[in-house]
Ligand binder design. Structure first.
Ligand SMILES: C[S@@+](CC[C@H](N)C(=O)[O-])C[C@H]1O[C@@H](n2cnc3c(N)ncnc32)[C@H](O)[C@@H]1O
Length: 242
């Protein structure tokens, strides 16, 4: 499925939108396509600002391609998804994953039930050490764990049905080829309505890997999507279990 890209205002147009307004439009569009649960709940942008201040004053992030608009998109999707069980594959130092997870102090104030479990997988054990340290300040305690090892085989460890799957692995040789493998292994474990987010769908280097991934999404018949959100040069692919 092609989704309308977020285009810049037409030449001569006076319309200038903030990132928050753009992301709210994306969320409304995904709700309209039944790719997110129904709801009038707006993104708690004040909570995003507090989360951003906490993360950027305390996290150690050696490198990231997550842009300001992608941070907001991940945060808004995490808030709108109403997921109970979250899994990330290729979570590195926990930076991208944190925008989905949010801060427990804010989640406990929200009108909806906060998520119950989150697992992040990474083959890089030293990145997991940093992820655990970084994310400790989010207050999720034992609900959040970072697991050393391959996320494809690690999915066997998931006891509960997965409501939100974030795929962001990057192998030095096979790069994003593992995205399809993660999705195939996760599919029997995804709940009805589960949201699958795949980062870097707009990166030219990864177009072959995403073509393979997209073919699996479509041919499985299990999803609405994929919908590519070209909010920045990395992009995010979204698919929702029917
Ligand atoms: C480049 S990082 C993602 C960073 C994120 N895109 C950002 O900009 O903040 C990709 C991670 O995938 C991990 N990885 C590669 N293959 C994996 C696999 N099979 N299972 C879990 N993690 C994997 C790498 O160790 C690496 O930490």
């Amino acid at each position: 499925m092609d989704c309308a890209p977020l285009a810049p205002p037409a030449a001569g147009s006076a319309t200038v939108r903030t990132y928050e307004e753009l992301i709210d439009m994306v969320i409304a569009s995904l709700r309209g396509r039944r790719m997110l649960p129904d709801g009038e709940q707006s993104t708690p942008w004040d909570a995003f600002v507090r989360l951003s201040e906490r993360i950027h004053s305390s996290y150690h992030v050696p490198h990231t391609t997550v842009t300001p608009v992608m941070r907001r998109l991940l945060f808004a999707l995490g808030a709108a998804a109403r997921a109970a069980h979250i899994v990330g594959v290729g979570t590195h130092v926990g930076y991208a994953f944190s925008w989905l997870l949010g801060d427990r102090r804010e989640l406990d104030r929200a009108p909806l039930d906060p998520w119950q479990t989150a697992l992040g997988f990474d083959v890089d054990t030293s990145a997991n050490v940093v992820a655990r340290r970084n994310c400790a300040m989010l207050g999720h305690e034992t609900r959040l764990a970072f697991i050393d090892g391959d996320g494809v085989s690690g999915l066997e460890r998931c006891q509960a049905a997965i409501d939100l799957l974030f795929i962001d692995l990057d192998h030095p040789v096979t790069r994003k080829a593992g995205y399809r493998d993660v999705l195939e292994r996760a599919l029997p474990r995804l709940s009805s309505g589960a949201l699958v987010l795949a980062h870097d769908s707009c990166v030219p280097l990864f177009q072959h890997d995403f073509a393979v991934y997209d073919r699996f999404v479509v041919e499985s018949g299990a999803f609405v999507g994929p919908c590519v959100l070209a909010v920045d040069s990395c992009g995010l692919s979204v698919a929702t279990v029917r």
